[in-house]
Design a protein around this ligand. Structure first.
Ligand code: BGC
Length: 699
């Protein structure tokens, strides 16, 4: 296609039809679309095909059922992003991306609206489960590998939500007030890193940043993203974002999604009209429109649709299930283990309704519709864990009964099926199970989703949960038997007040359709846990730097600046419960032989990691750098590199090599990035607070 000629040949109306989507196809019962679940369309003007966009980070979110069609269109449900990040494994992220990319392509979709990589600023963030980490390096690296995987299949990605969309409260309008330094060093950094994988598109966020809607911010889109970072792909709005199509196009936002003309939400005027008015008023020029059209055409010619790809509707779901399992296995984080895991031949009493109603992921655009979900107890069954069948059938019957009446699932306005939280103190005679079993495992679950931040009540255990925990702990401990907790959650909850009641805690996250299988394999010790936290777990909610949260108002002030997550805890000497980068294994690792070299551009760091325990395992080695004091304050240390080892057998050693760009050690001063001269401390360790090797280098 001759893009210049095409632009010349298009009328203004055609251009506007191209820039503004046709509304919400395939959602809310509008079935006039080939792929149900498609959430956005780039209109096929001038004989071009319609281009399909679908969510989302945990799997391709299309609907399995179609009218007058008996076939099912299932897509694999992968672990949520916070779990994927806990793998710290770029290869796995790439594989998950490849699998999702294949499903996207084989189901006739052109652009996958993922990954989401906003910073997990506060544990009550409603979409934390859809985000990777509190740290921009982990977020950016995970996103880059995922994008590389998806796009290797010839379909696009959309890194989202650009930027500072770290809360859901008043999400369409809230103004994030943040310093340029924190924006650059924390909130933008992950996006900047992810660009190395050349995502086809960037999705701007709903919120404002310092007074301007992200989708209408020339500073963010044109100055930073395009001019400074050299992004030459397409920028699209989040769905129904902003308040002026004309200003969006003027700012460099090429595509307005989904286009409000459909009137599904009975929403304002058609943006096409508004952009025309904007032209007359001089808000934007035809040149701005042509720029957007050019970016759209550049995207269209890359798509499978434009290239007449004959999609099969038959992606290899079996192969992808194995990838989902592998990702889940590596993302489980063992937090506490006083000789309770692995569970070998002991008989286990499993408590908690989430053993059956296991949460596979969060709600909203990050939801998935897989063929099946292996819940925790099914996983235990399949992997031969010896559990108390009597207790299980009591749970099964009770859940069925409770769901019939008082706790009946219901549909909300957005078409989600919601399951009211079940009481957890529903088992009588716990002493009987303590008598008949060797240990207890209690499953605690939470679910969150788009549109809402998490209610603080959900951050703490509910009374019925505490009651269960206390009783089980009392009865089992009395008999000298152990108790462990599995946390089936998407974002951290308060743990410090009850963890002393139990001998082990495993953060199993929300692991997608293979949840039960992966958990059972780790619980049983078929594999060592090898996930680590990509966030900090605070002792108390009040210890967090990002309070008050959420802010129920017009603006949210990020007055902690760059001191997000461990940057705050380390610098201001606050003890977390579990620090960033932490996670136990069934084996142990020793670090040695740190060597650092450098040239003008890079630091070359190498060290050895040896498995000194008795079982095979993988280790996540982390490199933190402590910068010299400049004329602005610095965090105590920052993560600058990481690597996960291969599976190391007992006694086996791997030499890890990590290179760091020296310019990435710079701080953002008011006049731009600057590298302070002086002594840099290179800190290599198993977590942010378990530093094993230190050396210094003068730069
Ligand atoms: C979400 C996006 C999503 C879009 C389309 C919005 O509500 O914020 O992440 O891609 O909907 O479903």
């Amino acid at each position: 296609m001759d893009i210049d000629q095409m632009i010349k040949d298009m009328t203004l109306d055609e251009k506007l039809d191209f820039i503004v989507g046709p509304g919400l196809p395939g959602q809310f019962g509008n079935d006039d679309v080939e792929v149900r679940g498609t959430v956005g369309i780039i209109r096929g003007v001038k004989g071009l095909p319609d281009i399909y966009l679908a969510d989302g980070p945990a799997g391709l979110r299309i609907f399995p059922d179609r009218p007058n069609d008996e076939n099912k269109y299932y897509a694999t449900s992968f672990p949520i992003e916070s779990m994927l990040a806990s793998t710290w494994n770029r290869e796995i992220l790439k594989k998950v991306g490849e699998a999702m990319g294949e499903e996207t392509k084989e189901y006739g979709v052109d652009v996958l609206l993922a990954p989401a990589l906003n910073i997990q600023r506060n544990p009550l963030g409603g979409r934390n489960f859809e985000y990777y980490s509190e740290d921009p390096l982990v977020s950016g690296e995970m996103a880059a590998s995922f994008v590389e995987g998806v796009q290797s299949k010839g379909v696009g990605t959309s890194i989202k939500h650009f930027v500072a969309n770290n809360q859901e409260t008043n999400r369409m309008k809230i103004d994030t007030i943040v310093s340029e330094r924190a924006l650059r060093e924390i909130y933008l950094k992950g996006f900047e890193i992810a660009l190395k994988a050349n995502p086809w598109t960037v999705m701007t966020a709903y919120n404002k940043v310092n007074g301007y809607y992200c989708s209408q911010s020339e500073h963010l889109i044109t100055k930073i993203l395009r001019e400074e970072w050299g992004f030459d792909g397409l920028v699209m709005s989040d769905w129904f974002a902003g308040d002026s199509g004309a200003h969006q196009v003027k700012a460099g936002n090429d595509l307005i999604m989904p286009g409000k003309s459909y009137q599904v939400l009975d929403y304002r005027i058609d943006e096409r009209e508004e952009i025309k008015n904007g032209l007359e008023e001089g808000i934007l020029t035809e040149k701005d429109i042509d720029e957007a059209v050019r970016n759209l055409l550049k995207l269209v010619i890359k798509t499978p649709k434009y290239n007449n790809y004959n999609y099969s509707n038959k992606p290899d779901l079996e192969k992808h299930a194995k990838i989902a399992y592998e990702a889940a296995l590596e993302g489980i984080v063992l937090l506490k283990n006083n000789d309770v895991f692995p569970v070998k031949n002991q008989k286990v009493a499993v408590f908690g309704t989430a053993q059956i109603e296991t949460i596979k992921g969060g709600l909203g655009s990050g939801d998935t519709h897989p063929k099946y979900v292996i819940n925790i107890i099914d996983g235990f069954k399949e992997k031969g864990i010896n559990f108390d069948e009597e207790l299980y059938s009591i749970y099964k019957n009770k859940i069925e009964e409770l769901r019939k009446e008082k706790y009946k699932p219901y549909h909300n306005d957005l078409g989600h099926t919601l399951y009211p939280r079940l009481p957890q103190d529903i088992i009588e005679n716990i002493s009987h199970y303590a008598e008949n079993n060797d240990l207890a495992i209690i499953v605690i679950s939470r679910i969150s989703g788009e549109f809402f931040d998490i209610n603080i009540k959900d951050f703490y255990l509910y009374e019925d949960e505490i009651k269960l925990l206390k009783e089980v702990s009392k009865e089992f401990k009395k008999r000298n038997k152990k108790v462990a907790v599995l946390l089936n959650i998407g974002s951290p909850i308060e743990m410090a007040s009850w963890e002393n009641l139990v001998d082990g805690t495993m953060l199993v996250w929300q692991a997608g359709q293979e949840t039960g299988r992966a958990i059972a394999d780790i619980v049983k010790g078929n594999h060592s846990p090898s996930g680590k936290l990509a966030l900090t777990i605070a002792k108390k909610y009040e210890d967090l730097p990002s309070l008050p949260f959420p802010v129920d108002g017009e603006e949210v002030v990020y007055d902690e600046g760059i001191y997000v997550g461990y940057r705050y805890f380390d610098t201001f000497k606050k003890e977390p419960l579990y620090e960033f980068g932490y996670g136990l294994s069934y084996t142990n690792f020793e670090y040695s032989n740190l060597k650092i070299e450098n040239d003008e551009e890079k630091l070359y760091i190498s060290f050895d990691v040896k498995n000194i325990g008795n079982l095979p395992g993988k280790e996540i080695a982390q490199v933190y750098v402590r910068a010299p004091k400049g004329s602005i304050d610095k965090p105590f240390q920052e993560l600058k590199g990481f690597e996960k080892t291969k599976l190391l057998n007992p006694g086996e050693v791997e030499n890890i090599k990590i290179s760091i760009n020296i310019k990435d050690l710079s701080s953002y001063y008011c006049d731009g990035w600057r590298l302070d001269k002086g002594k840099y401390e290179i800190r290599v360790g198993a977590s942010s607070r378990d530093i094993r090797l230190i050396n210094k280098i003068i730069l």
